[in-house]
Design a protein around this ligand. Sequence first.
Ligand code: MG
Length: 268
Amino acid sequence: MPTPEAPRVILFTDLDGTLLDHDTYQPGPATVAVERLVRAEIPVVFCSAKTVAEQRALARALGLHPGLIAENGAAVSLPPGFAGLASGVERTFGLRYEEVRGAIAEVAESLGCSVRGYGDMSRAEVAAVTGLDLDAARRAMDRCCTETLVELVGADPESFARSLEARGLRLQRGARFWTVQGPHDKGRAVRWVETWLRDRGTTPTTCGVGDADNDLEMLAAVDHPFLVRRPDGSWADLRLPRLRRLSGIGPAGFAEAVEVILAEVSGP
Ligand SMILES: [Mg+2]
């Protein structure tokens, strides 16, 4: 049976470029919006490429107790008390980090190219290439199921991607680096959370906010998808029924989405 605290609405959100500014990684105008969500008792689920450790640090900084979908859908962590439910859950999907690293090494050897991932680097080296401090670098390196490649030399990315695909892995180009991951995505993880809640008698209306192509599956999995603007003022080229394009860039767009959700979706 649903508990009296069962939420009517739940919000899944991307982080970089959505809840966090693309360049400063700060929530800025989204901070007040997050406080409004807390007051309205709307549970939030972070859904991004960041690791669980990185998402937890951000949640602490925002004073939030969100659900977490980390590493592009590879790991789900819902804390006890999430959505009014007593017990939480942790789940991972796809391949383990060591398996992903092993496949990358095999592909690099077969193509005769050289790659360098976080797992090949010291914390100081990761801090130097990312601009993160040492603690943040440690959290970025605390990976369960995906690897970040900072260098791919001696093979074109398309052939590298094809060889990875033959092993059940995907290569994704990020803003600065590549990510190698197993056959999981944000949308599958969102649907898994929805099913987990439904099995416990909770069927909230779902909202999602994102900024980029890699949010497509997440946005396709929710009832109310929102797209914020990118720093150059454009929207990612996503075609989805019901997709609402917001005028704000990044966190300003996130704040707009919260405005709409409180006014039109969550009701009085
Ligand atoms: Mg993003």
